[in-house]
Unconditional design. Structure first.
Length: 294
């Protein structure tokens, strides 16, 4: 009886010591199996790189090196809202479905416009705008019309008649950020996954990098953006995805519901042909990218 009690006490002390060790190392103790992944989350971090650590238990992963001023570097350092922030729709309603690990610190607007492809367009355009690469900001509408920012900045606006679109001069030169946002809203109205998928370049899945896009053009289609990537000494890759969805909602980093131990990271496995995200399933052949510095 005494031996049994002593053994029980030793087990309890061992478990307590292990829990304290995990907490000291920045981990967490969970007494349930609810897919919590706080061991990879640093709540105080305010960018992707600061917020999410790497699953060292699964390999000696390091974040891939990115060129300074690249789209991928811009995304990795993009500001996040505080840990635990909710996803909201454009009309202020909170999204009930729990599919996110973090939320980007960027507005969604007050109209049902900034949906999936639009969120990709928004972040890429914001990147080019921040780099003052204004001449590269331009996107095709679904009907093929090319809507570039320089024409808009110079005071031209679009005139739509049925399926025909043309520029008309109707405003003064305006290089303000507010006018840039009005330009993007116009793009959101007339572009989508169909047009965006046509103007992106095909990317081999094994070569996936931050800034690439998984996209299926359609009505509806969907698109998610690769916002970070890590690799180990054997070439095994991990990636992280962000999305908006329908209706327009906060841009958010997706959970990996199929492999919660490493969420929000996803394994890049050359032996698969599908990537399952919480609200859409893509094919590996759906990977595309912008013509930017990789």
């Amino acid at each position: 009886m005494r031996k049994g009690l002593l053994f029980f006490i030793i087990v309890i002390l061992a478990i307590s010591s292990w829990a304290l060790f995990r907490m000291h190392k920045g981990g967490s103790l969970s007494l349930n199996s609810d897919n919590e992944t706080t061991n990879l989350i640093r709540p105080e971090g305010m960018t992707i790189e600061e917020r999410f650590s790497l699953p060292v238990e699964y390999g000696n992963f390091k974040r891939v090196q990115l060129q300074e001023h690249s789209f991928g570097a811009f995304l990795r350092q993009f500001p996040l809202l505080e840990h635990g922030s909710d996803v909201f729709y454009f009309d202020g309603r909170k999204k009930k479905k729990d599919v996110h690990e973090a939320v980007f610190d960027i507005d969604v607007g007050t109209k049902d416009l900034q949906q999936c492809a639009d969120a990709v367009v928004r972040l890429y355009a914001e990147y080019l705008f921040s780099e003052k690469r204004f001449e590269e900001i331009g996107f095709h509408f679904t009907n093929g019309f090319f809507c570039d920012y320089l024409n808009w900045r110079n005071g031209k606006r679009i005139q739509v008649s049925g399926n025909n679109v043309r520029w008309i001069q109707s405003a003064a030169y305006d290089d303000s950020y507010e006018n840039f946002r009005k330009y993007l809203e116009t793009v959101f109205m007339y572009a989508g996954t169909i047009s965006l998928s046509k103007e992106l370049n095909n990317v081999i899945y094994d070569e996936i990098m931050p800034g690439d896009v998984l996209i299926q053009g359609g009505s509806p289609g969907h698109a998610v953006l690769v916002v970070d990537c890590a690799v180990d000494e054997n070439g095994q890759k991990l990636v992280m995805f962000a999305q908006s969805y329908m209706p327009a909602q906060s841009i958010h980093i997706l959970k990996n519901q199929g492999d919660p131990e490493i969420s929000p990271w996803y394994r890049v496995d050359s032996g698969i042909d599908q990537i399952v995200t919480p609200e859409w399933t893509f094919k590996t052949t759906d990977l595309k990218g912008f013509p930017v510095i990789r």
